[in-house]
Design a protein around this ligand. Structure first.
Ligand SMILES: NC(=O)c1ccc[n+]([C@@H]2O[C@H](COP(=O)([O-])OP(=O)(O)OC[C@H]3O[C@@H](n4cnc5c(N)ncnc54)[C@H](O)[C@@H]3O)[C@@H](O)[C@H]2O)c1
Length: 393
């Protein structure tokens, strides 16, 4: 077999921005044959399919129907975070591999069910956290893992978006629904990326999580105000006693030099690392202002190919799917794919624990919620009962 026959489930914004390039204009496109697509939102479904010549009889409003009527090897589940679980399990139980954009799932329970279904089916789940293929994160991971910096002690990660991302009054609106920043938080949208990148580097399990959240700016927006967090600080204590603060928000003035202002400092016993993630080296001064461009993520090449780690991260997962189907995946590669960090399980754990910390915390009269401390072991037992033991050894 030289191609994966892929069914696309969900044809929303992440497909428009990232995956249509992967499917049709990347160095990985020759590995994929897009056989069909499914989305109950028909206008979006037809827009995607018309653009890429997917025939009418290969367009579905139900992913179950698509999987049952088209010959496929894998699906890509591009549905909102809370809807990754069902299509993924449906596909796995019918012998297909499943790729999901980050995160694995929005809850520990859903992630656990997906991993159980993966193990029972003998198929694969791939999770596309694009930062994992950022050359700076990869280099830092390799050097940390080789012992170059000693033992991790303290880290701070920042990821703060321009206000236009969360502001429903901004035109054009960043998210279609005006209450996106109310229903979601900087934790589900941003902390998820930084928690994953950081755990990728250190390979340590989280043991305690506490978050603090500020609601001071979004509530002042006019005419539509948002009852949501501007900024969150998630403190994560790791199994080696190291502590990370992951600070995320979406209320920086729109004059910021990048849509997402992001960086990290990691202090270890024998070294300190500064990751200037929003300064990839391409700095432009134009009449509209001063901006940082990030061609490392997505680069539109002159020949029409799209490159960058936004393509290579999911593309390499499909390479592994194909090798597995052809019986060529080495045992070590398979073990890596099935690892809980690789599957993004611990990232889901950190994010759910942070959300729970705020949910169980006390909102103060200054608009600041002090979260409670969440023990990861207790939360796992609360959510999974006896099955939590799989993750606690
Ligand atoms: N790699 C990244 O950094 C990145 C960036 C953006 C989004 N994402 C992730 O991608 C996923 C999708 O996000 P989005 O921004 O495209 O959301 P979106 O709301 O724009 O699109 C989701 C699509 O899923 C469809 N859908 C819902 N239920 C469905 C079902 N049962 N069957 C088929 N389709 C269904 C919706 O109709 C919609 O078209 C999320 O998990 C998100 O976190 C990842």
């Amino acid at each position: 077999m030289d191609k994966i026959r892929l069914g696309v489930i969900g044809t929303g914004s992440v497909v428009r921005e990232i995956y249509q390039h992967l499917y049709y204009h990347s160095e990985y496109s020759h590995l994929l044959s897009i056989e069909a697509a499914a989305d109950p939102y028909e206008a979006g479904l037809h827009e995607f399919c018309d653009k890429h010549n997917i025939p009418r009889d290969r367009r579905f409003t139900s992913y179950e129907k698509m999987i049952e009527s088209v010959k496929l090897d894998a699906v890509q589940v591009n549905t909102p975070d809370s809807l990754h679980e069902k299509p993924t399990i449906f596909a796995l139980t019918r012998g297909l591999d499943a790729m999901v954009p980050k995160p694995l799932a929005d809850t520990i329970t859903a992630g656990h069910h997906m991993i159980q279904a993966m193990k029972a089916s003998g198929r694969l789940i791939g999770v596309d956290f694009h930062k994992r293929d950022d050359p700076r994160i990869k280099e830092c991971q390799a050097r940390y893992q080789s012992g170059a910096y000693g033992r991790f002690q303290l880290a701070v990660w920042y990821m703060v978006d321009k206000l236009m991302v969360a502001d429903p009054n901004h035109q054009p609106r960043f998210f279609a629904s005006p209450d996106f920043a109310q229903k979601n938080s900087p934790i589900s949208f941003l902390t998820v990326h930084m928690a994953d990148a950081f755990m990728r580097i250190i390979g340590l399990k989280p043991v305690k999580v506490r978050a603090r959240g500020w609601k001071q700016k979004l509530s002042s927006l006019k005419p539509i105000s948002v009852n949501g967090y501007d900024l969150c600080d998630t403190e994560v204590v790791f199994e080696n006693g190291g502590v990370a603060h992951i600070i995320t928000g979406w209320h920086l003035p729109n004059t910021a030099h990048a849509t997402t202002v992001q960086s990290s400092r990691i202090i270890c016993t024998d070294g300190c690392v500064d990751l200037g993630l929003d300064t990839p080296g391409y700095h432009e001064i134009i009449p509209d202002g001063i901006f940082e461009r990030n061609p490392l993520f997505r680069n539109f090449e002159a020949d029409g190919t799209v490159t960058g780690y936004g393509m290579s991260r999911p593309g390499r997962i499909y390479q592994k799917f194909l090798k597995h189907r052809n019986g060529d995946l080495a045992a070590r590669e398979l073990a890596t794919l099935n690892d809980l960090f690789e599957l993004g399980f611990w990232t889901t754990v950190v994010c759910e624990a942070a959300e729970q910390s705020l949910h169980r915390g006390k909102p103060g009269d200054q608009g600041v919620t002090e979260g409670v401390e969440i023990s990861v072991a207790d939360l796992l037992k609360e959510r999974l009962g006896a099955e939590a033991s799989v993750y606690l050894s």
